[in-house]
Ligand binder design. Sequence first.
Ligand SMILES: [Zn+2]
Length: 475
Amino acid sequence: MFEIVIGLEVHAQLNTKTKIFCSCSTRFGDAPNTNVCTVCLGLPGALPVLNKEVVKKSIQFGTAINATVNKTSIFNRKNYFYPDLPKGYQISQFEVPIVENGEIYLDFEDGSQKRIGVTRAHLEEDAGKNIHHGSVSHVDLNRAGTPLLEIVSDPDLRSSDEAVMYLKKLHAILRYLDISDANMQEGSFRCDANVSIRPKGDEKLYTRVEIKNLNSFKFIQKAIEHEVSRQIAAWEDGVYESEVVQETRLFDTQTGKTRSMRGKEDSAEYRYFPDPDLLPLVIPDSMMEEGRIIPELPDEKKTRLVKEHGIKEYDAAVITSQSELAYYFEAMVNEGANAKMSVTWLTVELLGRLGNGVTLDTCKVDSTILATLVKRIEDSTISGKAAKEVLDVLVQEGGDVDAVIERLGLKQVSDDGAILAIIDEILNANQDKVAEYKSGKEKLFGFFVGQTMKASKGTANPAKVNALLKSKLDG
Ligand SMILES: [Zn+2]
């Protein structure tokens, strides 16, 4: 009876080498306060200069989500006090952002799609970081001035599942464009969720609550689910007006609940005004053209993979959901591995063996190794079953596929003579069963196959075993 209304704001850190308004490094993990200068420390008289890489990456993003890229946009001062913000204001974009009116499509398992509007994406600088040690707090300003693209969706999402699908799609787009590493652990892809409910059929938007700084897909889902049930319970208990107020809440990952952090400010309270130190940003035509050139995106790649390799739509969606996966798959196919087998050996067998912090990028099995393994199955050097054993070893130790096959003695025997020798042995040892088979007990055929495979320690080519046994027994 309730409809859930969710809008998401994502802060994506753009992966430029230097900060948005100065030439300090954006490197993560350096000693505190080593990547700072007069500009990002907010010293009096220091003047900001816009980094043009930031503009180029924003144009690419706008192009990717089919948005309007404004030729002219304006930088504002957003005034508030916080210890990690030495200037007393953050430079951001307010009335006129660089990107407006975009769209992102969600893909459902049944092949249908849903359009989610992207209201705007604006440029801003990040603040520093407060670090608390017991009763003392320190401020690290290395992050102050790091470029952020704040991407705001329309309130088009109707469930926590849709919210996560949207975020994964957005994450993939940023990674394909290579404009952000979107690393959630390091905070370069952070999400705030605006959540409200309304009776089904009601068009009006009710009070929205903002949940801040969610940095994993799992927590985002849990936080939204908890917040929705809190609001519904308040409505049903008749205390909606007093319990659900416009505010910012934090999600406690320990308790799985949200709690109030502060009342949500209205934008008027920030006293936005155009930054007098920065001229309006006017994008030159040449830069606009350059920014329009973007790499292949997940949706296009998906369509192409289905068409070129005949793999299933759903498999293609899984493969293209992450750029690393897509590039790995394409590399395997380029090495000559069968496309359908590559899907299974990559998404089921290899990914199923990773974990514990080991990712596709850091594991010991690269695309050449996995492609070689698939080719050895295709040319009957080994059976699929044996290949799983080989992969177990490769994941642990890496190394050469053929050497591992050799070492484990898993090379498939396809030589007729060798297989016939084993078959003769089995039939000799089981003459009673041969007689039964010949008198009509045909299901014993499976027994002979099993015995032959066992005697060959699983290395006999099963198709050959079947054919040779047939001709021996029936011939
Ligand atoms: Zn600086």
